[in-house]
Ligand binder design. Structure first.
Ligand code: FES
Length: 108
């Protein structure tokens, strides 16, 4: 398997109802992961892009969250409708989708 040029991690963390942190799955993270995989399959990019599920990335209240490497760029509030743009602009064009990038102070 060739090393992927981009690796997309989709938060698939779930938590019980009423948990104070909530979770990306409660906000559609599982459906988002499936939609990423469908787009990957549709474009037949298995040799250059990997899509994986991951546990909690951090800012649960802003989810569903998606992390893209090698940049380590965090997208927040991602929906399935955003996926074609993420592929075209960032994963294939190396230009991040700025409107979805997490605020600069998010890790403070
Ligand atoms: S549950 Fe997705 S970032 Fe915490």
């Amino acid at each position: 398997m060739p090393k992927p040029k981009k690796h997309v991690f989709v938060c698939s963390q779930n938590r019980p109802p009423g948990h104070p942190r909530g979770s990306c799955v409660q906000k559609g993270g599982s459906e988002l992961l499936q939609a990423f995989w469908q787009e990957l399959q549709k474009r037949n990019l298995f040799d250059s892009i990997a899509v994986s599920y991951t546990g909690c990335i951090g800012p649960c209240d802003m989810g569903p969250n998606v992390l893209v490497y090698p940049e380590g760029l965090l997208y927040v509030g991602v929906s399935a409708a955003d996926i074609p743009e993420i592929f075209d602009s960032h994963l294939l064009g190396d230009k991040p989708v700025e409107r979805l990038v997490a605020p600069a102070g998010i890790w403070d």
